[in-house]
Structure formats: structure tokens, C-alpha cells
Design a protein around this ligand. Structure first.
Ligand code: ZN
Length: 457
């Protein structure tokens, strides 16, 4: 652990983790089987030398000889980092990455809905939300008879909710070690694997400690050293919601995460390892307009299961009735029977999307119900996202990449984020399954043009 991690803030964060995890009853060998804290018996000494982070180590075996010969990829997500923030706010480290490598000056297209959970999981699976199963941050599954919630640890850690093969599982299944300093779905066993190293989500762990841990992982002996590492920052999404995309607080958060990217890049350069650094965001941000649009003002939803603005009718009769009631109710949303949702949204095949499907026509906050009588209502957040990125450019995300596999100084036209998966798999030398993405889309950013490697002898 580096001296930089001795800071009091981190010690406080570590204490907070212990309290939080203890309080939720999540932190026990009973639940995690092979899991253990990386620092092991020297944890106390570790505290003295700098707080030990609660890294969970899963024994997936050493890197194969083939894996050892591959390059490294560090995939960073800056939550809610809108496509135009870097230039607007002079995020010099990110702009430098773009100059030394590639970037999208006009932004990257998130998948619909432009929300955190669906898009993070799309980035690591190459699947549209309706194909990987996370169709929203929270939703209902009629087969299970329960709901998935992004803040519900029991569902988040249950691999049964997730389809597809996340990149870390793909790599692990092909003999390559991986690590995740947070990413949606990284705490669940999916497609047979977990990352070799990961942590329970705790936003109190500060950014510097996250960067230091990623660099630490790259100092592990070659047979344990992860080749694919994810790193997540919840900023500037939080500030964008609370203060709006144009607020000084949001701009400060943009520069804060930019500085962390700069630290990471400098640290990666020092390792002398062949590391491709890829920095993306999940979606953008827009200033919301007006108050809540509450659907039960227009239609009787008493027989419906609802989550946010998602509507789950129990009978065809109910679904048709509510569709007809909502059809001409407001100019602030459109309603579709699920099978009729416009094809470019890729939002018509999964029952978790509900039926009928309500889609906002502008930056409007839509919900099925208000609070129960007697309970205080709260206004929508100042900033919002989740909207169709083709109709609302503020939803577009960011993309920067630099490294030994990436061409220098090229800009990329807006592309759909499902295409990151085959591209990342290619850089890691992995055989990728068929997904919704195509390697052709980003092949021009690769020094080898996306060509097949020499077949193994
Ligand atoms: Zn958000």
C-alpha cells in the first residue's frame, strides 16, 4: 500500500465500510465461500502502513501462458460524464488521452434506457439491456415474482438476474485473471465466474485509493496479475443530478475525476506494461423540466405491478385498457404496446420492460404513482437521464482510449456502446461470443485493424 493511502479520509472510509458491511450482514465467509480479504493476517499492520481495502480474492488459478502474453486493459467509467464535459470544462488529462489515442468528440451512444445499471452491464457484455436482462436500474420480473433493485444487495449479488458473459467472466474462462474496482454485476457469479479480485460496492472509498489499488494489482507477480481491470467513479453523476449539468459543482466534479484519470495514466506509464487505458461513461445528463408526471392520474393502475414508470399489467385486458387510457393523455410521453416500441430503442423483447411501455418525449420525470397519502412528495432531481439518446443528445456518453493497441490521434464518430465488447475482447486476445456489437465498428481505432491473431500452435 502506498503512502498516499494513509490519509485520514481513507481511514474514515475504511471504518465506514466495516460499519456498513456489518450492518447489512454481508461481510461473512459464510456468504462468500472462497472469499477472503486480500491483506489477510497482516491487515492490522496494513492499517498502520495505510488502510487495507476490503478486496475479495477469488482463487481462479494463475494466468495461463497464453494469457500472460496478452496486453492489459484498464476500463474506467465516469458515471454521468456527458460527452461534451471534457471540452467544455477543459478536462486536460482526458483530452490528452484523446490526442494520444482516440476519442469521440461528438459522444458515444448509450443504450436505451440511458441509465447507470443497464449501460454499465451493456459495456461489459455487448448486449442491449433487453438481452442482458437489466432493463432499468430497478424492475419487476413476473416469472420470479420479485423485483431487482440496484440498491438491494440480495438481488445485485444474485447471478440469476444477469444474462450474457461479462468480460471478466469471458477472460477468467479463458485462463486470464481479472480485477474489478467496482462495476455493475461484478459482485455476482455470472457465466460461471467472478473476477479474481473485486470489492463490495462502497462509494465512500475515495478515488485516490481506487487508483492506487488498480496500480497495485498491476504490480502482482505475472501469474496472478489481472489483465482486465475495471474502475468506477460515481462522479460527476451525483453532482449532475443534484445541481444540474451546467452547475459549478458539476464542473468541479468533472475536473476532480479528470485529475484521477491523470494520476492513473501517470501510474500506468510507470509500470512499463503494455496497458490500454479506456475511459468511458454510461450516459449524459440533462436539466429536467417541470414537476412529476404521474401516470395514475390518467389511468387506473390498481391491478398493475409498477416500478418507477414501468407498468406490468396482469391481464391482456388490463394492458389494452391502460394503453388506451394513456395514449392521448399527455404530450410529455408516448405509450406503446411493448411489441410496438420503435425498433431503434431495442426495448420490445423482454417482459421485464413491462407492457404498455411509456417513453418520455422530453426531459420529464415520469412515475406510475406519487407517494402514499400523508407522505411528503419530493421534486424530481435538477439533472436527469434515462432518455432516448437519438432524440436527446444530452444523453450521449464519453469515450477515450489510448495504449499499445490503439492508433494515435484519431477521432471516432458516435457509435453504440454495444460495440465496446468485441473491441475490448480483441485487445485482450480473447475469443468473444456473438453479441449485439461488432468489431467492425471500432476496428479503425486498432493498430492491427481488428485482424485475427496468428492461430495457436
Ligand atoms: Zn444518474
Amino acid at each position: 500500500m502506498g503512502a498516499g493511502m494513509m490519509r485520514a479520509g481513507l481511514v474514515r472510509a475504511a471504518l465506514a465500510i466495516a460499519v456498513l458491511c456489518g450492518g447489512l450482514g454481508l461481510w461473512g465467509p459464510g456468504l462468500w465461500g472462497q472469499a477472503g480479504v486480500q491483506a489477510g493476517p497482516t491487515a492490522a499492520a496494513g492499517q498502520a502502513a495505510g488502510a487495507a481495502l476490503p478486496v475479495i480474492h477469488v482463487e481462479n488459478g494463475p494466468n495461463s501462458e497464453r494469457a500472460k502474453a496478452q496486453h492489459y486493459v484498464v476500463l474506467v467509467s465516469l458515471d454521468g460524464f456527458r460527452w461534451d464535459y471534457a471540452k467544455r470544462d477543459g478536462a486536460r488529462h482526458l483530452l490528452a488521452l484523446g490526442k494520444q489515442g482516440v476519442w469521440t468528440p461528438e459522444g458515444m451512444l448509450p443504450s436505451y434506457p440511458s441509465l447507470t445499471f443497464p449501460n454499465h452491464y451493456t459495456i461489459v457484455t455487448g448486449l442491449y439491456p433487453e438481452h442482458h436482462g437489466l432493463v432499468a436500474n430497478s424492475f419487476y420480473d413476473a416469472v420470479r415474482g420479485t423485483r431487482y433493485g440496484m440498491t438491494d444487495a440480495a438481488t445485485v449479488t444474485d447471478g440469476g438476474w444477469y444474462e450474457g458473459t461479462p468480460l471478466w467472466s469471458l477472460a477468467e474462462s479463458q485462463g486470464m485473471r481479472t480485477a474489478s474496482f467496482f462495476w455493475v454485476a461484478s459482485e455476482a457469479k455470472i457465466a460461471g465466474y467472478r473476477p479474481s479480485f473485486y470489492l463490495k460496492y462502497d462509494d465512500k472509498i475515495d478515488g485516490e485509493a481506487r487508483v492506487a489499488q488498480v496500480l497495485q494489482w498491476l504490480k502482482l507477480p505475472e501469474d496472478q496479475r489481472p489483465h482486465f481491470i475495471t474502475l468506477y467513479f460515481s462522479e460527476p453523476d451525483h453532482e449532475g443530478h443534484e445541481f444540474g449539468p451546467d452547475a459549478s459543482e458539476t464542473k468541479a466534479a468533472v475536473l476532480k475525476v479528470d485529475a484521477l484519470v491523470g494520476k492513473l495514466k501517470a501510474g500506468l506509464d510507470k509500470t512499463k506494461l503494455p496497458v490500454d487505458l479506456v475511459v468511458v461513461s454510461d450516459h449524459g445528463m440533462v436539466k429536467s423540466e417541470g414537476g412529476w408526471v404521474t401516470l395514475d392520474a390518467f389511468a387506473d393502475l390498481t391491478e398493475f405491478e409498477t416500478v418507477g414508470s414501468l407498468l406490468y399489467g396482469k391481464s391482456e385486458e388490463d394492458r389494452a385498457r391502460v394503453y388506451n387510457q394513456l395514449k392521448k393523455a399527455s404530450s410529455q410521453f408516448k405509450v406503446y404496446r411493448r411489441k410496438d416500441v420503435p425498433v431503434e430503442l431495442n426495448y420490445s423483447e423482454n417482459p421485464r420492460e413491462g407492457d404498455p411501455v411509456v417513453i418520455a418525449t422530453g426531459p420529464f420525470a415520469i412515475r406510475a404513482h406519487g407517494p402514499p397519502p400523508g407522505k411528503d412528495d419530493h421534486a424530481p432531481t435538477v439533472g436527469m437521464h434515462g432518455f432516448d439518446p437519438r432524440k436527446m443528445p444530452e444523453m450521449k456518453a464519453s469515450f477515450f482510449a489510448v495504449g499499445p493497441d490503439i492508433v494515435v490521434g484519431k477521432t471516432v464518430q458516435p457509435f453504440e456502446n454495444v460495440n465496446l465488447y468485441p473491441w475490448l475482447a480483441h485487445m485482450l486476445g480473447l475469443n468473444a461470443p456473438k453479441t449485439d456489437g461488432s468489431l467492425d465498428v471500432l476496428a479503425g481505432t486498432l493498430k492491427d485493424g481488428g485482424a485475427e491473431a496468428e492461430p495457436e500452435k
